[in-house]
Design a protein around this ligand. Structure first.
Ligand code: HEM
Length: 490
């Protein structure tokens, strides 16, 4: 009885605090959980409808758990920098852990710091340059596949881009050499598993985040989605073990490639030798990086190609820049990547209007007063990245696609938290430069080979492209363009 009284007192207080914060009507106990039943590729739409475009703070609740939308860059800064709100929100990140287990994206505290220190060097500029040949080969292979397909017809972008990014990722992280028969077989097996995981895992994650009845691990574990995620993770682990064994043999044989510490798995392997990471932690990090890197990068590329298809002037400027920077070269080098400045602004602008992660989530370790409201401990703050990116107080004509707004002279004085596609601060994206190099290389290869033309789907304005998201944002259904081979390049 004492426990029941305590629970009732807790809930009554929670309910009072909940209703004091602006937000849509919410049912006792259930809150807004019924708004997420039967989702069909419309999660973002539902969230934004509930958010109601409140300028500072609005809430929804799911069975006694508060979710707060925050869109003002100044408030995003408070949350990202605040000591009590450093940690990732469990509601959002625990379901990811079902696939990644403990990895950089979901870890907190001292363990996160140790892992970040071990992994970060794999993404330093000098190391990334070693990956460029692989990026170029995979992007050229993408162009060849498009060329080999039906020309002039509509193309769905997602699958082909995911294949390209995943291939580049596996080759640069697990050091798989496709010239070696055995490694080539492992590469094919792992690629097939990763592609299958990228198809199945995001929807399993989202189904759990917004279904409070699936929050208890054992209940979720009984679902078909959970069984599939476990099976895929088991397959990835088995392949990682094979890869790690091989790396260790190469290291023991004094392999030059290994000694140069050129890849992520080399660094992880060193961290393991130094006792910083166990084999299990290495498997977790490799899975985490795959989940964090493949979908976000291929989604951002799909958005950018879709934008180019409806903005011919922008596409023309990209093409002219690529021709100018590459000259007679046929392959994009690290040196070229650094010089593709307009292309970079196009990607940045595309990430502004169509961010791959339109929200990120933090939790408060203790009860907090935020924007004049008391927020119970353990609530989820949803940082509305899309909202900050379109805030008219920080962006002139925010709905216009204008890459030159990222010119240094036009960026000066802009609020640093008004543009956060890779998040910001100590928990920013570890792979942002990696992603940028892949994206610039792919766009350069594509615009040289094809004119990227629009399909007849009535979508002409990037600011109004429909968007949904699971592990990353995407267009509901298919993202389609037409690739027409260029006959002459001006
Ligand atoms: C265009 C592509 C990408 C975008 C837009 C993007 C965006 C982001 C964002 C917004 C976060 C913060 C998430 C949060 O706070 O919950 C993040 C974190 C992270 N990203 Fe990326 N990402 C991209 C590509 C990549 C790539 C290619 C990799 C790895 C190869 C990667 C690995 C990670 C990791 C490990 C974290 C967690 C970092 C930490 O908490 O220490 N991302 N990313």
């Amino acid at each position: 009885a004492a426990l029941a009284c305590k629970a009732a007192a807790w809930y009554l207080r929670f309910r009072r605090l909940e209703l004091a914060i602006p937000g849509p009507p919410s049912l006792p106990f259930l809150g807004n959980a019924l708004s997420f039943v039967n989702m069909k590729d419309d999660l973002l739409e539902r969230l934004l409808a509930l958010w109601g475009h409140q300028p500072r703070l609005s809430r929804i609740s799911l069975c006694g758990h508060l979710l707060l939308f925050v869109s003002d860059p100044a408030d995003i800064e408070l949350l990202i920098r605040g000591k009590a709100t450093q940690n990732k929100a469990r509601t959002f990140y625990e379901p990811i852990e079902y696939f990644t287990h403990d990895g950089l994206v979901t870890l907190n505290g001292a363990k996160w710091r140790a892992h970040r220190r071990a992994i970060q060097p794999a993404f330093y500029q000098g190391i990334l340059e070693n990956y460029q040949d692989v990026f170029q080969e995979e992007c050229a292979a993408y162009v060849a596949r498009v060329r080999g397909g039906e020309q002039g017809g509509e193309q769905d972008l997602s699958e082909g881009l995911r294949l390209t990014v995943a291939s580049a990722f596996l080759r640069t992280t697990l050091t798989l050499d496709r010239a070696d028969e055995e490694e080539a077989r492992q590469f094919d097996r792992l690629l097939a598993i990763v592609l299958r995981a990228m198809e199945a895992v995001p929807s399993a994650i989202v189904s759990r985040v917004f279904s409070p009845w699936l929050w208890p691990g054992p209940l979720f574990g009984l679902t078909g989605a959970a069984r599939l995620v476990r099976r895929l993770r088991g397959l990835i682990d088995a392949e990682c073990d094979i890869g790690l064994r091989r790396l260790r043999q190469q290291a023991a044989a004094g392999d030059d490639f290994f000694r140069k510490g050129r890849t992520l798995s080399d660094l992880l392997q060193r961290a393991s030798a130094a006792g910083v990471l166990s084999d299990e932690e290495i498997r977790n990090e490799l899975t985490t990086l795959t989940a964090a890197g493949v979908e976000t990068t291929s989604a951002s590329l799909a958005w950018t190609l879709k934008v180019l298809s409806v903005c011919p002037d922008v596409q023309q400027r990209v093409l002219l820049e690529v021709k100018d920077v590459l000259g007679d070269a046929t392959a994009v080098s690290a040196h070229h990547v650094a010089r593709l400045q307009y292309t970079e602004r196009v990607i940045k602008e595309s990430l502004r209007l169509l961010p791959a992660l339109p929200v990120v989530a933090r939790t408060n370790r203790e009860e907090t007063v935020f924007s004049g409201h008391t927020v119970p401990r353990g609530s989820t703050f949803l940082l509305n990245v899309s909202g900050a990116h379109r805030d008219p107080r920080h962006w002139e004509e925010p709905l216009r696609f204008d890459p030159d707004r990222f010119l240094p002279e036009r960026s000066a004085g802009r609020h640093p938290y008004a543009y956060v596609p890779f998040s910001i601060g100590s928990r920013d994206c570890v792979g942002s430069r990696y992603a940028m190099a892949v994206m610039k290389t792919l766009l350069a290869n594509v615009v040289l080979a094809f004119s990227v033309d629009p399909v007849d789907d009535g979508l002409t304005d990037p600011a109004h492209f429909p968007m949904t998201f699971d592990i990353a944002s995407r267009m509901p259904g298919h993202t389609r363009v037409v690739f027409n081979a260029r006959t002459c390049v001006p």
